[in-house]
Design a protein around this ligand. Structure first.
Ligand SMILES: O=C(O)CCC(=O)C(=O)O
Length: 301
């Protein structure tokens, strides 16, 4: 009698495994994304996973010694050295302060925990907790459903939007900062706390991704970075729509969608984690402000 073997499917790669998972997006959702340039997916992340990211961000802040940085901000070379700190952050975990966090002598006005605006820009590659979260199968599947076939995780940010002093993020397109040709760029914005108009939720311009790219933020020849105007586009900001969302929601943003967040004057923080993904088949511009060193190339899932 011939020996019978268990029947199984041989999976050669994570990519193949991903393809076996059910789609996350329905046909209606993908067509809404094409039409509006954004999607709101509630309950995408469970509560404990949101809390784990918050705890980890708190640990990173607690381990961060702002002393060196405080001296940067108190030197006469402030703008050059802060430019370097920012421009070199594409493959690092760095901490950025709220505007007005410092006294004129370079000391912090309040505790570092209440002064940090965001952490960026390679948490997803350098920190094990953010790495693991950023590469969960649900995110892989979502990105695949959005038409990014060969994903590269380009940038991550942990945004605090601190109570009472959380600064405004003016209306912009992510492609201004992360340009690639052809432009296949998706931003994922994970609400780690409820986001409301009061505490500075995102506002989006539905359909605004069809208005073209307005500017690029590129490295300047003599050092630093500058904005390069591409088109004098008028965004009808009166048509911006607030996205008040619950903790655990992910907002998907097309790379060309104009969006902003207003100041947080409320007593509640509004933590969010963002991840930007491009397609490896696109050419990521060498003059974009955010670059990687050769030792740390971009990775997929
Ligand atoms: O979270 C915010 O306040 C704004 C984030 C944002 O605009 C972005 O990640 O592009």
């Amino acid at each position: 009698m011939p020996q019978s073997f268990p029947r199984f499917v041989l999976i050669n790669s994570i990519y193949e495994l991903r393809m076996l998972l059910p789609m996350i997006l329905s046909a209606e959702q993908t067509s809404a994304y094409d039409r509006d340039g954004f999607l709101v997916l509630e309950n995408f992340v469970d509560g404990p996973s949101c809390d784990r990211l918050r705890e980890r961000a708190a640990e990173l802040v607690s381990d961060f010694d702002p002393q060196g940085l405080v001296s940067i901000f108190s030197t006469h070379e402030q703008s050059r050295t802060s430019d370097e700190y920012f421009l070199g952050s594409g493959d690092k975990i760095r901490f950025f302060f709220e505007e007005n966090a410092f006294h004129s002598d370079g000391t912090l006005r309040q505790s570092k925990e209440q002064s940090i605006n965001k952490i960026g820009h390679a948490l997803h590659d350098l920190d094990p907790v953010f790495d693991k979260f950023s590469r969960i199968l649900e995110i892989q599947r979502l990105v695949s459903d959005l038409g990014i076939d060969d994903p590269l995780l380009l940038q991550s940010m942990y945004i605090f939007k601190q109570p009472r002093i959380g600064g405004e993020v003016t209306c912009h397109q992510d492609a201004t900062f992360l340009y690639a040709e052809p432009l296949r760029l998706v931003g994922l914005w994970f609400a780690l706390e409820d986001a409301t108009i009061d505490n500075g939720c995102l506002w989006v311009l539905p359909g605004g991704h069809k208005l073209g790219l307005s500017s690029r933020f590129v490295r300047a020849e003599g050092g630093g970075a500058r904005f390069e105007v591409i088109a004098d586009t008028h965004w009808p900001e009166e048509e911006l729509r607030p996205l008040e969302v619950k903790k655990g929601t992910v907002i998907v943003l097309h790379g060309l969608l104009p969006h902003l967040s207003r100041e947080n004057r409320s007593p509640r923080s509004r933590h969010a984690y963002t991840l930007h993904v491009i397609d490896a088949s696109a050419l990521y511009s060498k003059d974009n402000w955010l670059q990687r060193s050769e030792e740390m190339p971009l990775r997929g899932f």
